[in-house]
Design a protein around this ligand. Structure first.
Ligand code: CO
Length: 133
């Protein structure tokens, strides 16, 4: 059910500072993009086989803010895996006893595709996103 890694997301307190080493190491790095509906501003680091997304909180009630309070200098926020069918993936996760965050209804993620998040306690402390591709 798990396909390729779509992206790895890293919460950061300062997008410009966080993007610098990736740019200096020759990666393709986007300009910061505000995603107000997701409470974050994002820099995309495009690699040959996946993307790294640097996430800075944007606005109040950002889902990134609480993470940065616990990890002030930033840290890995989640890994996103591609799935062929988000509802099939959800039902399989639930049947396995994995905890789906929220009410289990897929939301439209930062790439315009349906996503769900699975509880970090079921993945060795790593928040896990599923994205239908
Ligand atoms: Co994500």
């Amino acid at each position: 059910m798990l396909g390729r890694i779509n992206h790895i997301a890293i919460a950061v307190p300062d997008l410009t500072a966080a993007a610098m080493p990736y740019r200096n190491l020759g990666a393709k790095v986007s300009e910061p993009q505000p995603l107000p509906e997701h409470g974050a501003a994002v820099v995309f680091v495009e690699l040959e086989n996946t993307k790294v997304e640097l996430l800075q909180p944007l606005g109040e009630n950002s889902p990134i803010s609480a993470f940065l309070e616990k990890n002030p200098s930033g840290g890995m926020h989640h890994i996103c895996y591609e799935v062929a069918d988000i509802l099939v993936a959800r039902d399989r996760a639930v049947a396995l006893g994995l905890r789906v965050l929220g009410d289990g209804t897929p939301k439209i993620g930062a790439h315009g595709k349906p996503v769900l998040f699975l509880h970090p306690k079921d993945f060795s402390g790593t928040l896990t996103e599923l994205e239908q591709i």
